[in-house]
Design a protein around this ligand. Structure first.
Ligand code: UDP
Ligand code: UDP
Length: 477
């Protein structure tokens, strides 16, 4: 293929494409979208982004601000949400699921937005959570519609197969799910909401899983080396005959705004780098559970005890609530001053936003104790850092299975999770951390994955070629 050319060079003489992004909510969903937009910005593509404010979390708001500051040519298209009737939903319903539902119920506003856009919208890219609502609108307007799937291809395969599984199941209880050509996902590893077919999440999941077959293409932030089986199954029509083309385009590179997101940049880069610079190579245990997983207080204290007992230096991003705006607790309140005093110099605990992608590349980082968010798993694999996955909710166990299969991580299978929480003791955590730190076989396979990740996005690599093929398609070439 030709080398990356100047903006417009791949244009084939046609008009500049105008892509309308319709993102969903949650940093894990925005991250791949913004990274794709950043990539497009140097490719002569006009971009508009449907923006719903206020966002659920403060981190998302900062993320949007950063995007529009760094890419001033990206157009912001405001959309207003219809209010949800609170009585319709359980008070305990996940705030991000509720936002997805509110977005889904407001998408009829998109028809006029798309129809009235100047220059005309030539393609739509939306998030998996909005698929079943957006694809029909795009079809009616005859605008090609692509779905950006924000997590693992293994999860995409499960999403494609699950509606078929339920059809075959009839009225029986949900059991293990054999995804053709992929693997059997035990009932205990399914996103817990899926066990109840009446759950809001399950309804969305099933509708989206069916409708995605009518999209024009699916972009996935992964690379072929880490997930060959689900990709072959999807592309070969083994799960759904005639499934749209699947473009693996990861690991996506971070965009400029990502480095400043979050309104509580408590840990200045300087402090962090200075501390990391003093730690031996590959000695630091980095601990973070993404943007929407919060541990209970007693569990947080056990994590602290485990890190202390592991004997390794650690850097821990602490979250005590699902939504960051509600997170007022200080590390000292949660962990106690005595703990912080004991680990002073050896452990850093922060409530701020850290530049995770950059941090994982620091030579002092030895492993990553993670919840199993796919962005995190991929960032670790690109950095060659082994992950110990402690799944918390949703897709995390499926991602953990994918990570273990790919040789990029180990996972704690018996540590409980959403709905089946148990207190994992400090001793258990310390033991597992030490095991992963000493696992040379895992370290070697992660090193291979790092090479493969670099190869995938380098000129001529699988993700590079897919991205260029996709851009050429957008340009009508
Ligand atoms: N992230 C970050 N700094 C933080 C917290 C999160 O850079 O302090 C980024 C992280 O690098 C990743 C994303 O936020 O790109 C989290 O996505 P993931 O899919 O891992 O988990 P989620 O937050 O969706 O559960
Ligand atoms: N998902 C999907 N289809 C849908 C909605 C969600 O496949 O219609 C997947 C996707 O991988 C998403 C995950 O299910 O990331 C949601 O799991 P979780 O509860 O962890 O929420 P998230 O971390 O994405 O905010």
């Amino acid at each position: 293929p030709p080398a990356m050319q100047s903006p417009g060079a791949l244009n084939g003489g046609g008009a500049t494409p105008h892509v309308l992004f319709i993102p969903s909510a949650g940093i894990g969903h925005l991250t791949p979208v913004f990274r794709v937009i950043a990539g497009f910005s140097s490719q002569g593509i006009d971009v508009s982004v449907v923006t719903v404010l206020p966002t659920v979390s403060a981190a998302e708001a900062a993320y949007f601000d950063g995007l529009f500051t760094d890419y001033p040519r990206v157009r912001r298209v405001d959309m207003h949400l219809l209010p949800l009737d609170a009585a319709e939903f359980a008070a305990t319903e996940d705030p991000f699921f509720l936002r997805w539902e509110a977005l889904r119920r407001s998408v009829h506003q998109l028809g006029p937005i798309v129809a009235g856009a100047a220059p005309p919208v030539t393609a739509i890219i939306t998030d998996i959570t909005l698929t079943s609502c957006v694809v029909p609108i795009a079809r009616e307007l005859r605008v090609p519609c692509h779905v950006l799937f924000p997590t693992a291809a293994t999860m995409l395969a499960l999403n494609a197969h699950y509606p078929i599984y339920l059809d075959q199941l009839g009225a029986g209880p949900v059991g293990d799910v054999d995804v053709p050509g992929v693997f059997r996902v035990p009932r205990s590893s399914l996103p817990p909401a899926l066990l109840d077919v009446n759950k809001l999440f399950t309804k969305q999941f099933v509708d989206n899983g069916r409708e995605i077959a009518r999209a024009d293409g699916v972009l996935v932030n992964t690379f072929d080396y880490v997930e060959p089986a689900p990709l072959a199954a999807l592309r070969g029509g083994k799960i759904v005959p005639g499934y749209p083309p699947v473009y693996t385009i990861g690991p996506l590179k971070p965009h400029a705004a990502a480095t400043r997101a979050g309104d509580k940049a408590g840990t200045g880069d300087g402090v962090l780098d200075e501390w990391l610079g003093r730690q031996p190579a590959r000695s630091v245990v980095y601990v973070a559970f993404g943007n929407r997983s919060a541990a209970r207080l007693d569990q947080i204290r056990e994590i602290g005890a485990g890190l202390e007992a592991s004997g390794y230096p650690f850097l821990w991003v602490l979250k005590t609530t699902k939504v960051d705006r509600e997170d007022a607790a200080e590390p000292a309140d949660v962990l106690g001053g005595a703990f912080l005093e004991r680990v002073r110099g050896r452990g850093l605990v922060t409530k701020g936003w850290v530049e995770q992608e950059a941090l994982l590349k620091h030579p002092a980082v030895g492993m990553f104790l993670s919840h199993g968010g796919w962005n995190s798993a991929l960032e670790a694999s690109s950095a060659g850092v082994p992950v110990l996955v402690w799944p918390q909710l949703g897709d995390h166990r499926v991602n953990a299975m994918a990570a273990a299969r790919a040789g990029i991580g180990a996972w704690a299978e018996d540590w409980g999770w959403d709905g089946e929480e148990r207190l994992v003791t400090g001793e258990e955590i310390a033991e597992k951390v030490k095991e992963v730190m000493a696992d040379e076989k895992l370290r070697a396979s992660v090193a291979v994955a790092r090479e493969e990740a670099a190869r995938a996005v380098a000129e001529g690599g699988t993700s590079y070629r897919n991205m260029h093929e996709f851009i050429a398609k957008l340009k009508g070439a």
